[in-house]
Design a protein around this ligand. Structure first.
Ligand code: ADP
Ligand code: MG
Length: 321
C-alpha cells in the first residue's frame, strides 16, 4: 500500500527544501494556526487574501465565541423554536447527523452540553452532579432538521458545537480556492487538519505525525498526495489534575474526556471526513475505532495509545511478507 515503507521506519519528518517557485504563508485564525505551502507559476495570483477572507467568514459562522455567529444564534433559540439557518450550516448539521449514525453515537455535536462546562485554560472541570444534569442534553438524535433550512432541539437546554468538523470543512474550502487559482501543488493545514494537493516537486509530500508526548518529535511520517490527513490528540487543549488528564475530546455517553488514546490520525479523501473520523475514533478507542475504519473505503488510520503502542488500520498493517 502506498504509505507502507515510511510507516515501517518511524522516521522523523524530513521535508527536502525546494526553493524555486515555492511560497509559504502562516496566520492565526479559528483559534489555531493556518499554514500554507504552494507552488506558484509566474502568472499565479496570490491566493492568501481569498483564503483569509474565507476562513474569517467560516469563523464568524461557526465560532461559539463570536457574537452573532450562526452557532450562537442556534444555541440561544433552537430549544424554544425552530431557527432558520444558512444552507451551508444546514449541510454541516446533516453531515454531523451522518457521522453520529456511522459512529454509533461517538460523534455527537451535542457533546457541548458537557463540553462547555470545562475550562481547559483555567483548569476547571464539572463535578458529578453537573455532569449528570448535562448528560440529559446530549443526544444528537434530538436535533431536528426541518424543511426550509430550519433546525429545532427536542430537548431543553441542548447546545451544539461544530469544533469536530469545522476545521476539516474549512480546509476543504481552502483547497477549492487553491484549485480555482490554478494551483496544483500545495499543503494547507489548520492546526491538526491538513490536505496535500498534488506532489511536492517530483515526490510525494511527507506528512509527520507528532509524538503525543514530545512536541518537537515526529512519531512517524507518511508519504501522501491528494489526501486529507487529520490528527486528534489529547495534548492540544488539556490540563492534568490529581493525576487525571482532562482534554477536549468528550465521550458523549459520560461527558468526560475519552480515556484510551493519546492520538488518532486519519487519512481520507476529504478533510471533513478525516476531521470527523479522527474525533470519533478517538472516542471509540482501538477496537471499535479500527473496526469502523476498516469498514470504510479509502480511509486509513494510525492510533497511538496512552501506553505508547501504535495501531494501524488493516491497509497499513505490515503483512507476513
Ligand atoms: P481540533 O483539531 O479542533 O483540536 P479535533 O478534530 O480533535 O480537534 O476535535 C476536537 C473538537 O471536537 C473539540 O474541541 C470539540 O469542539 C469537538 N468535540 C469533542 N468531542 C466531540 C464528540 N464526541 N463529537 C463531536 N465533536 C466533539
Ligand atoms: Mg476532528
Amino acid at each position: 500500500m502506498r504509505y507502507l515503507p515510511a510507516l515501517l521506519s518511524l522516521v522523523f519528518l524530513c521535508q527536502p527544501v525546494l526553493a524555486d517557485g515555492w511560497e509559504k504563508a502562516e496566520w492565526k485564525v479559528m483559534g489555531t494556526l493556518a499554514s500554507l505551502s504552494y507552488h506558484a507559476d509566474s502568472d499565479t495570483v496570490d491566493p492568501v487574501p481569498a483564503l483569509k477572507a474565507e476562513l474569517e467568514r467560516l469563523n464568524a459562522m461557526l465560532s461559539p465565541w463570536v457574537e452573532n455567529s450562526e452557532l450562537k444564534r442556534v444555541n440561544e433559540h433552537a430549544d424554544e423554536q425552530a431557527v432558520e439557518i444558512s444552507n451551508e450550516f444546514y449541510r454541516l448539521l446533516q453531515t454531523s447527523a451522518h457521522y453520529h449514525r456511522l459512529t454509533d453515537g461517538a460523534f455527537d455535536i451535542s457533546f457541548a452540553g458537557a463540553g462547555h462546562l470545562y475550562d481547559y485554560r483555567a483548569g476547571k472541570a464539572p463535578d458529578q452532579d453537573r455532569l449528570r444534569e448535562a448528560a440529559d442534553t446530549i443526544d444528537a438524535s434530538a436535533i431536528e432538521l426541518l424543511p426550509d433550512n430550519r433546525v429545532r432541539f427536542a430537548r431543553p437546554g441542548m447546545r451544539i458545537d461544530l469544533g469536530g468538523i469545522a476545521k476539516g470543512h474549512a480546509v476543504d474550502r481552502c483547497i477549492d480556492i487553491l484549485r480555482d487559482h490554478g494551483i496544483k501543488q500545495a499543503w494547507m493545514s489548520l492546526g491538526g487538519d491538513s490536505y496535500v494537493l498534488g506532489q511536492h516537486g517530483e515526490r510525494a509530500w511527507q506528512v509527520g505525525i507528532r509524538h503525543p508526548r514530545q512536541a518537537d518529535k515526529t512519531a512517524l511520517s507518511l508519504p501522501v498526495s491528494d489526501v486529507a490527513v487529520s490528527t486528534s490528540g489529547d495534548y492540544q487543549r488539556y490540563f492534568v489534575r490529581d493525576g487525571q488528564r482532562y482534554h477536549h475530546i468528550i465521550n458523549p455517553g459520560s461527558g468526560k474526556s475519552a480515556g484510551e488514546l493519546a492520538s488518532v490520525t486519519i487519512i481520507a479523501d476529504t478533510s471533513l471526513e478525516a476531521d470527523a473520523l479522527s474525533t470519533s475514533v478517538f472516542v471509540l478507542g482501538v477496537d471499535k475505532g479500527l473496526a469502523l475504519v476498516n469498514r470504510l473505503d479509502g480511509v486509513s488510520a494510525v492510533l497511538i495509545r496512552l501506553d505508547g503502542s501504535v495501531h494501524y488500520s488493516d491497509d497499513l498493517t505490515p503483512g507476513d511478507g
